[in-house]
Design a protein around this ligand. Structure first.
Ligand SMILES: *[C@@H]1O[C@H](CO)[C@@H](O)[C@H](O)[C@H]1NC(C)=O
Ligand SMILES: *[C@@H]1O[C@H](CO)[C@@H](O)[C@H](O)[C@H]1NC(C)=O
Length: 443
């Protein structure tokens, strides 16, 4: 997935993060004044979906405040806030922040008092008042973020340590060789203490601490119920593998997109996840010079060529492989856990680099389990190709084509968040033709 440029992340506060007990709103089958869904889609037989808003501007991220109001980051526009009526539909909308630079990251402390949002270069903080739905006291808290083809900076408050802010930055290109250094401040995730922000904000590359690097573009970050971070990664495009001068195009089904375990955000981590050297196999059958299965890591280069000084086996030694893989080019961009950590949900924004058959353009459910030691882990094994099930998907996948990040002939599912009661799962499409919001619920 090449264009992080408009893309974005998501901010999901777990449904159990709220101080007061939220009341569940009904699941409407239709909302008055909302036009029909712009693109064809289906949902699985155990789920239902309703479009609840249209005509938005590239909605990338949604979050809820403690009063149950929904904040939406609309890329190139700003942040809006929406209230709900007793029927479960939106009954008022107002602009909270006007800022055309905002493009993805949006998060709120669990008490609802500090709001964060990001542009390509900067993270801002505001004081937020849920009762009046107003912001004040805007300030820069992180700045100097490097630029390149990936422009979104997923920005998340740590729910159980709300003074900590996690900020993600992707690589500056498909191949960003300098990102092999942790000091580059790209293809990495960093954490900043908001109780000690320098007067002009942290410099991204030197402030705070690392929570892993070698993460090509970890657009989606989510906290499991223990507060541990799981990232979903957009991997490389147009890959070939060359062995003894023989170049094989492997890009249709490789490399895999990834689900990575980043761990405890309060503990600095220099774990290396492989980029720009080690990539993950989705379909090993097209790599005929080696026996590699889904989830194994391999070496490739843009010019092709398994790297003699750094063979596949060294990836297994030095790089942390994903815990689970997704098909190539599906472009996972937001992930969120349900309140008890039984499932993680992911939006797969969809492909441009896989023709003729597109991939992604759906929401998937990844079953998790709580292990004896209390940690959360996917149910599926690391070499599984079936560690997730489809919840909502574009029905005309053959025709889905995305010549630009938000220009597409299908919906482009982006933001994902549960409402405070934890029963309604909100998903946005940031297709430039029409920004849409849907709710998903179990039947
Ligand atoms: C929206 O509905 C809520 C709940 O019924 C109500 O309290 C509120 O006044 C309504 N707002 C508007 C603008 O209609
Ligand atoms: C081989 O891998 C090493 C280690 O990442 C890297 O420094 C070198 O540039 C790579 N060579 C090629 C041809 O990619």
């Amino acid at each position: 997935m090449r264009w992080g440029i408009v893309a974005a992340g998501v901010v999901a506060l777990a449904g159990n993060a709220w101080a007061q007990e939220p009341s569940a709103l009904p699941f409407p089958t239709t909302c008055s004044g909302v036009a029909a869904a712009r693109y064809q889609y289906s949902v699985s037989s155990t789920w239902k979906a309703t479009k609840i808003a249209g005509g938005l501007r590239q909605p990338r991220s949604m979050i809820f405040d403690p009063q149950g109001n929904m904040l939406v980051l609309q890329a190139t526009s700003g942040i809006s806030v929406h209230t709900f009526g007793a029927d479960g539909c939106i009954n008022s909308t107002k602009t909270l922040v006007t800022n055309g630079q905002l493009n993805h990251g949006l998060s709120l402390t669990p008490d609802g008092t500090k709001l964060y949002a990001s542009s390509v270069s900067t993270v801002w903080q505001w004081d937020y008042d849920a009762a009046t739905m107003a912001v004040s006291n805007q300030k820069v808290v992180v700045q100097g973020i490097g630029q390149g083809i990936h422009s979104t900076r997923t920005t998340l408050v740590v729910p159980n340590k709300p003074n900590l802010l996690v900020v993600q930055v992707g690589s500056n290109n498909n191949w960003d060789m300098d990102a092999s250094s942790i000091n580059t401040g790209r293809a990495c995730v960093r954490v900043f203490d908001m109780s000690a922000v320098p007067a002009s904000g942290y410099q991204y590359n030197s402030g705070g601490w690392a929570l892993g690097y070698g993460l090509r573009n970890e657009v989606g970050l989510a906290f499991d119920p223990n507060g541990m971070v799981w990232g979903v990664e957009n991997s490389g495009d147009d890959f070939a593998r060359t062995v003894n001068g023989q170049r094989t195009d492997i890009h249709i089904d490789n490399p895999a997109e990834e689900l990575n375990y980043l761990g405890d955000p309060s503990t600095p981590s220099t774990n290396w996840f492989g980029y720009p050297t080690c990539f993950t196999v989705w379909d090993g059958s097209v790599i005929q010079d080696a026996t590699l299965k889904t989830g194994d890591q391999m070496v490739v280069t843009s010019s092709g060529g398994a790297n003699a000084s750094f063979p596949d086996a060294m990836c297994a030694e030095k790089s942390i492989p994903p815990r689970l893989s997704f098909p190539a080019h599906t472009a996972p961009i937001t992930n969120v856990f349900d309140a008890d950590g039984t499932n993680m949900y992911v939006t797969l924004h969809g492909s441009w680099d896989r023709k003729p058959q597109a991939s992604g353009y759906k929401v998937v459910q990844v079953p998790f389990t709580k292990k004896e030691d209390g940690s959360y882990d996917p149910v599926a094994a690391a070499d599984s190709k079936t560690g997730f099930t489809d919840i909502m998907w574009a029905t005309n996948l053959e025709q889905c084509n995305s010549p630009g990040l938000t220009v597409s002939s299908c919906f482009r599912l982006a933001g994902l968040v549960f409402d405070p009661a934890g029963s309604r799962l909100f998903v946005s499409s940031d297709n430039n033709a029409e920004g849409e919001l849907f709710i998903l619920g179990k039947k």
